[in-house]
Design a protein around this ligand. Structure first.
Ligand code: FE2
Length: 299
């Protein structure tokens, strides 16, 4: 029948096209993981995101309203993080002309004494805040097994040379705002109760604390404000809509971003600038640009 012949001709004519389409599909399916791997290895680890958000602080002095506080975290200076990328990040932050800069730990990944020279060179262009620059230490600043206190002292010395006020369970003040810097949780040198006990209940305060798991420990007393943390790197690789499979925290809720805590505290976890293994997927590196705003004190 004519109709049947025509159908057969159409069918024969479209067969090669289907084969090509199938081949293209298979090639695409094979290439997708390779491209995703290249992206996670070569692109996303250096695709920095500037995250801008407000930081409401109770009893914030009027002179600090609208000032910027830039949080850098987890630079991980060492063989795994490209120096040029870190240098460009520093220049980008300096261009923002921040009022306050904080670094919340893991300045280095220790593989040997050379890393201290590498850090010293890079820190020559570390961006400083017009009102002050503050740093705390992370577990990697204590070297392997997080126990090398003399290395941690050297890292603190480098940060101080670069113009940072290094806070190790200490309190500093900028224009009436207290900055409380805690030492690293895993180092065994973490103490929260003593520095916080030095604050008046009404004093505006922001706490810098590398490892967010520390928020679940006792000792936070009457602190009702923000805790700025790092450490997790956001998990570095994360399937869409799912939590990251690998996390360096006990409380797996603490991935990245903002969290409401008990006692009127709020936690912000920065995803970090650097990395350990040089791969990131769906977790871009981050510099957080906070704008200080006044908030009502919590009950
Ligand atoms: Fe880290």
């Amino acid at each position: 029948m004519p109709a049947s012949t025509e159908e057969n001709e159409i069918s024969r004519a479209s067969a090669p096209r289907r084969r090509i389409s199938r081949r293209r599909f298979l090639l695409g399916a094979a290439a997708a993981p390779v491209l995703a791997g290249l992206y996670a290895w070569r692109i996303e680890p250096h695709w920095l995101e500037l995250v801008r958000r407000d930081l409401p602080v109770a009893n914030l002095p009027a002179a600090l309203h609208g000032k910027t506080l830039v949080q850098l975290s987890d630079l991980h200076i060492g063989p795994q993080v490209d120096d040029d990328y870190l240098g460009e990040t520093f220049l980008r932050v300096a261009d923002l002309r921040p009022d306050i800069v904080v670094h919340t730990g893991d300045l280095i990944t220790y593989h040997g004494p050379d890393v201290l020279d590498q850090a010293r060179r890079l820190l020559e262009i570390f961006p400083l805040g017009a009102l002050g620059t503050f740093a705390i230490l992370g577990n990697h600043d204590y070297g392997r097994k997080w126990t090398n206190r003399s290395l941690a002292d050297n890292v603190a010395g480098l940060l101080a040379e670069a113009g940072c006020t290094v806070l190790r369970n200490q309190v500093a003040e900028v224009g009436g705002l207290a900055l409380v810097g805690l030492d690293d949780l895993w180092s065994g040198n973490f103490h929260v109760a003593l520095p916080l006990s030095r604050l008046d209940a009404a004093q505006p305060a922001v706490v810098l604390c590398h490892n967010p798991d520390a928020c679940d420990l006792p000792g936070w007393g009457r602190h009702r404000g923000w805790i700025l943390a790092g450490h997790t790197h956001g998990g570095q690789c994360k399937p869409p809509f799912l939590p990251p499979p690998i996390q360096a925290v006990e409380n797996r809720r603490y991935t990245a971003g903002e969290f409401e805590l008990t006692g009127g505290r709020r936690l912000y976890i920065n995803r970090g600038v650097g990395h350990l293994l040089p791969v990131r997927f769906n977790v871009r590196p981050e510099v957080t640009v906070f704008r200080l705003v006044a908030s009502e004190p919590s009950a």
